[in-house]
Design a protein around this ligand. Structure first.
Ligand code: BEZ
Length: 329
C-alpha cells in the first residue's frame, strides 16, 4: 500500500437537488486527470481504465475526468497545476519530473536497459520505487508508480549510417536535460519540442530528425516524412502516475490506499503492454518503405561514458539504479 504524506485541498461536490440526491451518495468527488498523449495512446487508455475502475469501486461516488492531448496544457504547466492543487492527477513523462528533480535523470542513462523487458524490470525495482519517496518534498506531488513507453529511436529525413551523420542535425527531443546532453555529446543540435508539435515540424523540415518511440512512430506515421529509421534503443522512457500533494493530504488513509493502489495498478500495467507490443511495432517499422538501421551502444562511441560522467554529478541515485539494472540482467 502506498503512503506518501502531504497537505491538501479537495473538491468535494455535495449532491443536492432531488434527482442528484437519489442518484449519488451524500457526497461525491470529481477528480481531473491530465496527460499529453492522444486519446488512442496506451497511457490515455490506462487513465480511462483507472477512471472506470475508481468509479466502479466507489459506486460512482468518485469520478475521474481524463483530459488527454494536452487539453490542460503542456507537461510543465500540468506539473505546476498539480503543485497548486488546480489539477488533481496526471500521468506525466518522468522527463518532466526530472526537470524539477534531477535525481530522476538516472533513468535516462544511455543503454541502462538492454531491451524493453529489462527496462520494465528496472522500473519495478525497489531502487526505482524508493526514489518516488522524494517527490512530495522536492516537487509537491505524490508519485504512485512508474509506467513507460518504448525505448527511444531516431527517425531522420535524410540518410543516417553512422553517428557522424547526426552531427549538426536539428533533432527534435522531448524537453528535458538528460536527452539534451546526450545529443549535444553526439554533436547534433537537439531541439526541445513537445509531442503535439512534432509531426508538422518533421513534415515541413523545421527539424531534420526526431527522437521518438516505436508506438508513436507507427501511430502518427512519422516515417511518412523519413528516409531512415535508426533502431538504436538508446534510452528508456518512463512515465509516472502523479497525484497533487495538496489533494493527497486531503484524503483519508483508506482513500489514499484505494486511489493509490488502483492508479498504480493501471500505470504499472502499461509496462506489460509495452513489453508485449514494442517488438511488434518495431517489426511493423521494418516493413515500411524507409531505410532501417539497427544499432547498439557502439554506434555512439564514447558518448555513453561521457553522459555518465556528467550525470553521476547530478543524480545521486545513478549508481543505485545502475546496480539494480545490472542485477536484473
Ligand atoms: C515524447 O515526448 O516523445 C513522448 C511523450 C509522451 C509519450 C511518448 C512520447
Amino acid at each position: 500500500m502506498i503512503d506518501r504524506s502531504f497537505p491538501t485541498l479537495r473538491r468535494t461536490v455535495t449532491a443536492f437537488g432531488l434527482t442528484l440526491a437519489l442518484a449519488l451518495p451524500a457526497s461525491a468527488t470529481e477528480y481531473r486527470l491530465g496527460l499529453i498523449t492522444p486519446p488512442s495512446h496506451i497511457w490515455t487508455q490506462a487513465a480511462q481504465a483507472f477512471a472506470t475502475d475508481l468509479s466502479e469501486r466507489t459506486s460512482g461516488a468518485d469520478t475521474v475526468t481524463v483530459f488527454p492531448a494536452s487539453q490542460l496544457g503542456n507537461e510543465a504547466q500540468m506539473m505546476q497545476q498539480l503543485q497548486t492543487g488546480a489539477l488533481d492527477m496526471a500521468f506525466l513523462t518522468l522527463a518532466e519530473v526530472s526537470n524539477r528533480a534531477p535525481d530522476f535523470g538516472a533513468f535516462y542513462a544511455p543503454y541502462l536497459a538492454d531491451d524493453i523487458a529489462h527496462a520494465g524490470r528496472i522500473l519495478r525495482s525497489e531502487a526505482a520505487h524508493g526514489m518516488l519517496d522524494q517527490l512530495p518534498q522536492t516537487t509537491g506531488v505524490v508519485g504512485v508508480a512508474y509506467g513507460m513507453a518504448g525505448l527511444r529511436q531516431i527517425v531522420s529525413r535524410g540518410a543516417v549510417a553512422s553517428a557522424a551523420d547526426l552531427s549538426g542535425l536539428k533533432i527534435r527531443i522531448t524537453p528535458f536535460t538528460p536527452i539534451l546532453d546526450f545529443y549535444n555529446l553526439v554533436g547534433a543540435a537537439p531541439t526541445p519540442m513537445p509531442l503535439p508539435e512534432v509531426y508538422d515540424a518533421l513534415a515541413n523540415g523545421q527539424v531534420d530528425a526526431i527522437d521518438m518511440d516505436a508506438e508513436l512512430i507507427v501511430a502518427l506515421r512519422f516515417y511518412d516524412h523519413a528516409q531512415t529509421i535508426v533502431q538504436s534503443d538508446h534510452m528508456m522512457f518512463p512515465m509516472v502516475g502523479l497525484v497533487s500533494g495538496r489533494v493527497w493530504a486531503g484524503l483519508s488513509e483508506d482513500e489514499r490506499a484505494m486511489i493509490g493502489d488502483l492508479m498504480a495498478q493501471h500505470v504499472d500495467g502499461t509496462i506489460d503492454t509495452y513489453v508485449e507490443m514494442d517488438p511488434q511495432w518495431l517489426e511493423t517499422l521494418r516493413g515500411v518503405d524507409v531505410d532501417y538501421v539497427e544499432t547498439d551502444a557502439s554506434f555512439f562511441g564514447d558518448v555513453v561514458g561521457q553522459w555518465d560522467a556528467i550525470w553521476s554529478e547530478r543524480s545521486p541515485s545513478l549508481p543505485a539504479i545502475r546496480a539494480a539494472a545490472d542485477s536484473l540482467r
